[in-house]
Ligand binder design. Structure first.
Ligand SMILES: Nc1ncnc2c1ncn2[C@@H]1O[C@H](COP(=O)(O)OP(=O)(O)OP(=O)(O)O)[C@@H](O)[C@H]1O
Length: 459
């Protein structure tokens, strides 16, 4: 059996208290810890210990701008430590090679997750530093064999080789970015970069210089020419996340790029030709925004040439066990695999997941940490999974009590029977109560032999 690998981490942070706290916390989690409070000290430490990962404060007393980051990020993953309110800086840091960032005060539970992901990502991408400079580092395969996800996959395949703009719709955390990536990976541009831009985090003025770049002297502080993200995506894909958030002036400029294939750096006098495929995503109802005059109709029509809707997790519960297994396996790369008890899985299956796969992933990863000693996740390792408004549910719904150790199938059957009773066999209402489509409910009922039951032939 292989001995678990001990990873070394260097904390570069001039705040002595935070530095010590990070050191202590991570040493307790089994990392080999080193620290530095200045850039000069850090350089010596890097030569000395060759850390596997670096936690780097954004503002060191003896370093300017992103010098330390660009230096270190070429050889090892860097997680930036940033003050609340400096998110724009953090976004720039990610573009320059940071794999992730943490906002101070650092949430210690999040800290370990981010580090684990960064270490996994760096192994997956070893030798591909430039690609690692792009956001979304871990090569997450898209998990999901449910019928709705099969349809999503066939749309991805259908559109991948075409250069048409794709609009990915879906609730927050449903996996829109993963779908955008899959479009990129399946198409002819797969060898180019996938450059992701979160439209939410950038202010309008910053957005333009980020997206289109700027010439030297374009504004105060522009002491050198800087190409924009659209150029970084040349021969690749430019992914604009949360497209519903862009203001009118960017909407106009984006429309121009899509229509003419041309753009202009801020402060430039001539146009450049864009050579990036554009994929956008939103969780907003863009058509409604057009009706309200908040989004340009012409841009909407351009963007929605080909739409892919990622269904919410509650409409594809079949994917939950597979996703749980996937997240557990990913984590087991650093140790033994933790299993989920049937009871814990039943809980995950019956919850509505308003935060979709992202919420599931967080719950699963936290449970895996909590249960790492015993190797089995039980319901006690899960947070109370209640949708907002759960308490307002009619008293008649009551708690569901489970006796003995039923299988998931038995639980499903009992639950269906109870819902059929409660809703007098009305299939639509049973589906609504379960948070699945009517078709899915019908199939479940059929599988459990309920077909034909119910008042008035509803089921
Ligand atoms: N089908 C899937 N298989 C594996 N992991 C998934 C899947 N869908 C989503 N995830 C994971 O869930 C998290 C959220 O996914 P993603 O960022 O793609 O969602 P999103 O819809 O773009 O969210 P947002 O609207 O907030 O930008 C990520 O960690 C992603 O890796």
């Amino acid at each position: 059996m292989n001995a678990p690998v001990t990873h070394s981490i260097l904390v570069i942070e001039d705040d002595a208290v935070l530095n010590r706290l990070l050191l202590k916390t991570l040493a307790r989690s089994g990392f080999d810890m080193h620290s530095a409070q200045t850039w000069a000290e850090a350089r010596a430490r890097i030569d000395e210990v060759a850390p596997d990962l670096v936690l780097l404060d954004m503002n060191l007393p003896d370093a300017r701008d992103f010098g330390p980051l660009t230096d270190i990020a070429q050889t090892r993953p860097v997680i930036m430590l940033t003050a609340y309110g400096s998110i724009n800086q953090a976004v720039e840091a990610m573009r320059l090679g940071a794999v992730d960032y943490l906002v101070k005060p650092v949430n210690l539970a999040e800290l370990e997750l981010v580090i684990q992901r960064a270490l996994e990502g760096s192994r997956l991408r070893a030798g591909d530093a430039l690609k690692a400079a792009m956001r979304g580092l871990v090569d997450d395969p898209m998990v999901g064999g449910s019928e709705p996800m099969r349809q999503v996959r066939s749309l991805i395949e259908a559109v991948a080789d075409d250069d048409v703009t794709v609009l990915v719709r879906g609730e927050s955390g449903a996996g829109k970015e993963l779908v955008a990536r899959a479009v990129h990976d399946a198409g002819q541009r797969r060898d180019g970069h996938f450059v992701a831009v979160d439209c939410c985090t950038l202010q309008e003025t910053l957005f333009e210089t980020e997206l289109f770049g700027h010439e030297r002297g374009a504004f105060t502080g522009a002491d050198r020419r800087k190409p924009g993200l659209i150029e970084a995506a040349t021969e690749g894909t430019l992914f604009l996340d949360e497209i519903g958030e862009i203001g009118p002036s960017i909407q106009a400029k984006l429309l121009r790029v899509l229509e003419t294939g041309r753009f202009r750096r801020v402060g430039a006098t001539t146009d450049l030709r864009a050579n990036a495929r554009v994929v956008v995503a939103t969780n907003r109802d863009l058509a409604q925004m057009v009706r309200e005059g908040r989004f340009r109709a012409d841009l909407y029509y351009r963007l929605s040439a080909f739409e892919i809707t990622v269904p919410p997790l509650r409409d594809r519960r079949d994917d939950i066990p597979r996703l749980v297994d996937h997240f557990a396996r990913a984590r087991a790369r650093n140790g033994r695999q933790v299993e989920f008890s049937d009871e814990a899985l039943a809980r995950l299956l019956s919850y509505d997941w308003p935060g979709n796969v992202r919420e599931l992933r967080n719950v699963v990863e936290r449970a895996l940490i909590l249960a790492s000693r015993t190797g089995l996740v039980g319901p006690e390792h899960l947070p109370p999974l209640r949708d907002p408004g759960f308490d307002a549910a009619p008293a008649a719904s009551g708690p569901v009590t489970i006796h003995g150790e039923p299988t998931l199938d038995e639980i499903e059957r009992h639950y269906l029977a109870e819902l059929l009773d409660r809703h007098q066999g009305n299939r639509r209402r049973v589906a609504e109560a379960m948070g699945v489509s009517e078709r899915t409910a019908y199939r479940m009922l059929e599988r459990h032999g309920f077909k034909g039951r119910g008042d008035g032939g509803e089921v």
